[in-house]
Design a protein around this ligand. Structure first.
Ligand SMILES: Nc1ncnc2c1ncn2[C@@H]1O[C@H](COP(=O)(O)OP(=O)(O)OP(=O)(O)O)[C@@H](O)[C@H]1O
Length: 271
């Protein structure tokens, strides 16, 4: 079977009845990740629910971003990195059965620093759809408007679509990056400390936006801000020294955690 046939079959399987019925988007089983000899993730077992916000918290260097990047195979780009175990997206193993390009179309990502392309606002959002082969102006116009609306920034930007994205404020740039991620119609949005470089007002707008996005998308976010996790996440997973110590609904994790390390972390004993 050729790789492309495999990718096509995987995409088909991804929307099979069984997968759609399941409320689990990502199912990670016994995931170990190594950067050379250094083991950054140890035996991670974690399920992330569909159309819910899952926050990943934990002290610096505990493996949150590494774990997030395993979900769209961004670690593949790191030399010497290897991964064991399985990560299923809608029932399909993303390392064994899915083309990384199909995966990344399904799993959008927003980073800590807003990273718009040095292009117009319109071209930033139309970039992904054009890569997918969409060329008709009318269709692109519709996608750009829909994506900017979903990212709650259409009203602010609709009269300056041809202007450079680099002229926007940090908060506007981050919402534009969210619109750019949504334009290719992913089912999952990964956010790696997406508000940590923003002021409180922009942060509040993005939190509000993420809360509305979960009607349609599964959101997985790394955050250092425990208040933020408590404000918007449905579920929270606590990472420590490469291990996923505990995952529960957010209220339980912060108010009634089971594990000693979680109790110490959420009560501010260490950070
Ligand atoms: N490309 C890499 N090569 C080698 N080691 C790496 C690489 N990226 C991360 N690491 C190491 O893996 C461990 C986990 O890093 P990671 O960035 O995932 O942690 P984190 O919890 O997201 O930290 P922070 O909250 O500070 O961003 C750290 O010890 C880090 O130094």
């Amino acid at each position: 079977m050729t790789t492309s046939t495999l990718a096509y079959r995987s995409a088909q399987t991804a929307s099979s009845d069984i997968a759609i019925q399941s409320n689990i988007t990502f199912n990670c089983r016994d995931v170990n990740l190594f950067y050379g000899k250094f083991q950054a993730l140890k035996h991670i077992n974690l399920r992330m629910e569909r159309k819910k916000i899952t926050a990943l918290i934990g002290p610096s260097g505990c493996g949150k971003s590494t774990f997030l990047r395993t979900l769209n195979r961004m670690n593949d780009l790191v030399r010497g990195c290897h991964i064991e175990g399985s990560i299923n997206l809608n029932g399909v193993d993303i390392y064994k059965e899915m083309d990384p390009l199909v995966l990344r179309r399904n799993v959008g990502m927003v980073f800590q620093q807003p990273n718009p392309f040095p292009k117009s606002i319109y071209d930033n959002v139309a970039y992904g759809p054009r890569l997918k082969g969409i060329t008709q102006k009318k269709v692109l116009d519709e996608i750009v408007e829909k994506s900017l609306r979903q990212a709650a920034i259409w009203d602010e930007l609709k009269d300056r679509l041809k202007k450079s994205a680099l002229g926007l404020s940090g908060g506007q740039q981050q919402r534009l990056c969210i619109a750019r991620a949504l334009a290719v119609e992913p089912s999952v949005l990964l956010m790696d400390e997406a508000t940590s470089a923003l002021d409180p007002i922009s942060t509040a707008r993005i939190e509000e936006l993420v809360n509305t996005l979960k009607n349609k998308y599964t959101v997985i976010m790394v955050t250092h801000n425990m208040q933020q996790a408590q404000r918007i996440a449905d579920n929270t997973a606590f990472f420590y020294m490469g291990e996923m110590v505990e995952c529960a609904d957010t209220h339980t994790l912060f108010n009634n955690p089971e594990k000693k390390q979680t109790i110490r972390y959420v009560s501010g004993d260490f950070g």
